[in-house]
Design a binder for this molecule. Structure first.
Ligand code: HSE
Length: 293
């Protein structure tokens, strides 16, 4: 048997739509895989009742088929589906790493990213790698065409997950189909600033570089109370706020040592809009951890 811990991830980070991603130190899924003649999937934990277990419809099952590595796969979800925290990506990435070890395939981490992206296709209809790349490699990742760039970054992160459900499919449907030159210039400036911020582990630069006038405003409308949560986080000591992945998670970059105050302000702001939420005081963390049994 092989056991892995697959971390939550946050894609986009505002200015890096479909390009940027980070791994979080927690929450995470725990996945067990065992050799079998045919793939079976069992899912327990957060939101497991909403996750299909048919191997062709489950991200882990699609990965097992892509690797030609049938297994009994048990997934204990620590990451709620449809959260914007890379739930389906964690299952796909964790299963890819686990089956690579179980079957001694010898594939590199980068090769596993593209296998795991096929699993993502089963969940969202498109093969994005912006969650599976950080889930496997850890840190901050940039997926640009066929190239993956990876940077080890160490920043405090707060993510606040409200009791709202948004599917990636729906969150893509609300996006504008084109953008003007001014928005393009703004986004490139932000994305470049954010990247330098990650290299320098500088929360102010990363917070500034989240700014995006195209994707985030369109998606923020799907999250009741987004604006008041953003204001509350900034007042409590955040240097930048954006939508986490395709939502409904809201991500904040706190000033050093301000995680607790920011987390509590965000939960309070959602609560004042009548919405329950849970905040995680987390950090940029490593990729899938492998444990052999
Ligand atoms: N980049 C993707 C999106 C991530 O925001 O739609 C979600 O899978």
């Amino acid at each position: 048997m092989v056991i892995v811990r697959a971390p939550a991830t946050v894609a986009n980070l505002g200015s890096g739509f479909d390009v940027f991603g980070i791994a979080l130190s927690h929450p995470a899924d725990i996945i067990h895989v065992q050799l079998a003649e045919e793939t079976t999937i069992k899912v327990t934990g957060a939101g497991s009742q909403y996750i299909p277990v048919h191997p062709k419809k489950n991200t882990a099952g699609v990965v097992a088929e892509a690797l030609d590595a049938p297994a009994n796969i048990t997934i204990n979800k620590g990451i709620r589906p449809a959260s914007g925290l890379g739930s389906s990506a964690a299952s796909a990435a964790g299963t890819a790493v686990a089956l690579n070890a179980l079957y001694d395939k010898g594939l590199s981490k980068e090769e596993l990213v593209w296998i795991a992206a096929k699993g993502e296709e089963a969940a969202s209809g498109e093969a994005h790698a912006d969650n599976v790349a950080p889930a496997i490699l850890g840190g901050f990742t940039i997926v640009s065409q066929d190239r993956i760039t990876h940077v080890d970054a160490h920043l405090e992160i707060v993510v606040c997950l409200p009791e709202i459900s948004i599917s990636t499919r729906n969150a893509r449907e609300v996006l504008p189909k084109s953008l003007d030159l001014g928005s393009h210039v703004h986004t490139v400036g932000s994305a470049a600033t954010l990247t330098v911020g990650m290299l320098k582990n500088n929360p102010e630069l990363v917070g500034h570089g989240l700014a995006d006038s195209v994707v985030t405003p369109a998606r923020a409308k799907l999250i009741t109370g987004y604006e008041s949560v953003q204001i509350a986080a900034i007042e409590a000591g955040a240097v930048g706020v954006t939508v986490g992945g395709s939502g409904p998670t809201v991500l904040a970059i706190p000033k050093k040592g301000q995680s607790r105050a920011v987390a509590s302000a965000m939960v309070g702001a959602f609560f004042s809009q009548g919405i329950q939420s849970r905040a995680y005081q987390t950090r940029i963390g490593g990729g899938v951890d492998l444990y052999l049994d």
